[in-house]
Design a binder for this molecule. Sequence first.
Ligand SMILES: [Ca+2]
Length: 313
Amino acid sequence: MAPRKIIIDTDPGQDDAVAILLALASPEEIEVIGITSVAGNVPLALTTKNALMICELAGKADVPVHAGCDRPMGRELVTAEYVHGATGMDGPNLPDPTMPLQEQHGVDFIIDTLRSNPPGAITLCPLGPLTNIATALQKAPDIAERIQQIVLMGGAYFEVGNVTPAAEFNIYVDPQAAEIVFKSGVDIVVMPLDVTHKALVTKERNAAFRAIGNAAGTAVAQMTDFFERFDREKYGSPGAPLHDPCVTAYLIRPDLFSGRHVNVEIETSSELTMGMTVADWWGVTDRSPNATFMGSVDADGFFALLTERLARL
Ligand SMILES: [Ca+2]
């Protein structure tokens, strides 16, 4: 089978970095035709720089990287340096990137790529706030039916919020964008906190990354060393969740994940629950299902896949 063509839309972010490395290490299953950056974990200038650094770390300086939107559609930008550090990717000491940033805006790259490929050929993989994807859908509504699938990290239901009591960070930062995406009619797969909080980097799993011995494995171990202190303190969990790599792992091994095809609506008006993903898990409404909302992951299988693939870089 030909590899799946994807655009990764991202706000790196240590866990974004791991997600991108996994994709770039898996050319049999995934062809990364471009990366678009968005403001989220840190401001756009930093997420863009980090995206370039990750490509170079993977030895893939030929992947086109495009800078996208620098702020949410309807709100002030909220960032998360308290989780990811001042650079957004604290931990390893990576060199400044030398590969070029593409001139074209990320949103236009998404639109042009979808229009110039056959319908159903391109999957979008958003790992941050949905600003670029929603802006593209708004600017070029014709692209919706050309998107094969959107596989995204965002939201939460049983785990509820990580940035407010009700909302997960990516959706909270740009709820208006999320609403546009979830109402787009595109086939959507969601990796919420319900899944990602089951993908914890324990000491043993991080030791396995370190033991790979290549630059990518070492950098991933150092990133995890940095951000796990936050989750240990906050949740008392045995390690940090690896949120975004669930998206790229799904493209390689969908069998590792299970969930339900349900209706998901985004709260955009209540300050108290702004950005909440209201997932009709129990089917208590007659609202039409619009997303496959994942609920669990085979964590051992997930980490075995990650370790095996990072060793290829
Ligand atoms: Ca992210």
